[in-house]
Design a protein around this ligand. Structure first.
Ligand code: MRU
Length: 351
């Protein structure tokens, strides 16, 4: 990767988050000092992307522990729940915060000092970011091998939705990791990044990352997907995930499901790339995933400029669920899962 910084910085016991709302025009870090500030930064999408939400929350829990006078298991649970409520769809948030809770509970029961617990949580945050880099690199290679098997040496035209690179993951990325790795092997002809309305993760963030890596790309409106596929311009599509159910149904940024259905129509392979921390095998299928609804102004306004008539009603789901039948493969750090094989996903997670 050519990125020179991480979107999450822990320095001198303070958390700094790159304000992704301002990208690509301004690269500004926000200082975060409390659990509340961290949860608000997650809700307001200063930091975003399932893995980075989870990592930021770990440091947020450390900041909370630091200022507690009477730390109890009950107060720790309440604080964890407050953090988990910051955004509902990405399971990475509860996955990481619940692991923090286990560390906190053990420490409280063992009567360790707050200072000791604080250090433990900070180290846990560092370790998760490091491990995610290792896992993402594994997934990138698996995705590359799959493309090589399918398409051989001809250069590939790839499409992606939303943002799944270092801004979302703190390292090479998931879906964008496959693209970045394949580009380093000189196998990428062109990348089509759709703009990803309404927050424009594609236009602002994925394009920012692709340009930092000198990967040839075009931004397209989401409605262009059918045009591109029907004209044979896309070899394969790679997206990330916010929560994957036991049967492979996948919640990801709204518009993912539409893209997968169109891809199925044109026989374009559609891959989900996500670490096991994005899997939720406690739910049998995608109907159990809570979909975050966001503010109408994300649709009716653009950077404060009003676009819609006064009083216009909106529906703004931030995610949708792609039925596993439209997914060619799910790539995680343990390998490539074919969601058509009933039970395979759960077996891989438990292996
Ligand atoms: O609302 P966001 O920007 O947090 O949504 C992000 C996505 O949907 C990503 O595709 C997903 O988190 C995977 S990130 C590796």
């Amino acid at each position: 990767m050519t990125q020179t910084y991480s979107p999450i910085i822990w320095k001198e016991n303070k958390l700094y988050l790159l304000d992704q709302r301002l990208l690509p025009q301004t690269e500004h870090f926000v200082e975060v000092n409390t659990l509340k500030e961290c949860a608000t930064a997650i809700t307001d999408m200063v930091v975003r992307g399932a893995p980075c939400i989870g990592f930021s929350a770990i440091y947020g829990m450390a900041l909370w522990v630091k200022v507690q006078k009477d730390l109890t298991v009950a107060s720790a649970r309440a604080a964890c729940d407050e953090m988990i409520n910051a955004r509902p769809t990405a399971v990475n948030l509860s996955f990481e915060v619940n692991r923090c809770f286990e560390i906190m509970k053990a420490s409280i029961e063992n009567k360790e000092t707050n200072a000791g617990l604080f250090e433990k949580l900070v180290s846990f945050g560092h370790e998760q970011i490091h491990q995610s880099e290792v896992k993402n690199t594994k997934m990138a290679k698996i995705g590359f091998d799959e493309l090589k098997k399918k398409f051989g040496d001809k250069k590939w035209n790839l499409m992606t939705h939303c943002n799944t690179g270092f801004l979302a993951c703190g390292s090479i990325g998931t879906a964008l990791g496959v693209i970045s790795y394949s580009n380093k092997q000189n196998q990428v002809a062109h990348v089509f990044a759709d703009e990803t309305r309404p927050y424009l993760q594609g236009t602002r963030l994925t394009a920012f990352e692709l340009s930092k890596e000198n990967i040839p790309y075009s931004i397209v409106v989401e409605g262009a997907a059918s045009y591109l596929m029907s004209h044979g311009k896309i070899d394969a599509i790679f997206v990330g995930a916010d929560r994957i159910a036991a049967n492979g149904d996948t919640a990801n940024k709204v518009g993912t499901s539409t893209l997968a259905i169109v891809a199925k129509n044109y026989n374009v392979p559609f891959y989900v790339v996500a670490p096991i921390s994005s899997f939720d095998i406690t739910i049998p299928d995608g109907s159990h995933i809570e979909i975050e609804m966001r503010s109408p102004t994300e649709i009716t306004e653009l950077k404060g400029i009003k676009l819609a008539p006064p009083g216009a009603q909106t529906v703004n789901p931030s995610f949708d669920v792609t039925d596993h039948r439209f997914i060619t493969g799910i790539i995680c750090e343990k390998g490539l899962i074919n969601p058509a094989n009933v039970g395979e996903l759960v077996r891989v997670v438990n292996s």
